[in-house]
Write a protein that binds this ligand. Sequence first.
Ligand code: OAD
Length: 271
Amino acid sequence: KVLEGNDLQSLAKYMKSDSCRNICLMLGAGVSTSAGIPDFRSPGTGLYSNLARLNLPCPEAVFEMDFFRSNPVPFYTLAKEIYPSRYRPTLTHSFIKVLHSHGLLHTCFTQNIDTLERRAGVPEEKIIEAHGSFATQKCIDCKDPYDDAKIEKAILNSEIPRCERCKGLVKPNIVFFGEALPKRFYQSALSLELEGDADLLIVMGTSLTVNPFASMADRVKGCPRVLINLNEVGNFHRQDDIVLLGKCDDIVRRLCRELGWEEELDREWEA
Ligand code: OAD
């Protein structure tokens, strides 16, 4: 057993020790809710329980390719609501930047499409956007890339962007259901599982329900794992697992206090 106990103090102690040099993160929508972006599955507030007004066959259809081709309006209605430029990174995103500043961040795997990790100053090469993001976009037919400023203007004006070459629909490079995840995800996930790249895995703000992302948490072996979430999810029953329930912003603040990083965290967040 690597940890002295299964609490926040033991976690901080381990993070300060020489044994903990490489921290991997797995993130979900819960790390962005305090920015004002709803998550997907929280009852009442999650996007999927608020999509009824868009007349979808099922909530997930908003991220399905066939449905998008036949009716892109629901996706673009949603895209306008959650468009990243309307939001700023949270305290939890600043925590990731602080981990990087201390040379501890190995890889930040995120399911989030909101680009808030990079906007918090985490370098792109440390981030794996497993479900893609709003950062780039292309035509779904001829695959021609489309201009960033033009799509932002179209989305915020409730217009449907069309390819300038073939008039096909333009879609942000978000991974829809049935589409392949980026190659970088598979490569990095594999080295995390097989080569044991991580000394610590922190899972935050995700229901751990969408595969293959979710199952990575169980395939990671040989290092302590921490779950920081509002409610219990996944299978965190190993000897070296720590479960910290609550709002991730509150928990990372407490953790940073314990590590002596609280001022740095606030400076980073206010920057
Ligand atoms: P979910 O909405 O499924 O889960 C969010 C989790 O975060 C829930 O367990 C919440 O309880 C928790 N949560 C919410 N606010 C929190 C907070 N302030 N602090 C801590 N925990 C909090 O979102 P994901 O797991 O990210 O796919 O969903 C996975 C994928 O499903 C998404 O990437 C999306 C969706 O279909 C695409 O966008 C392609």
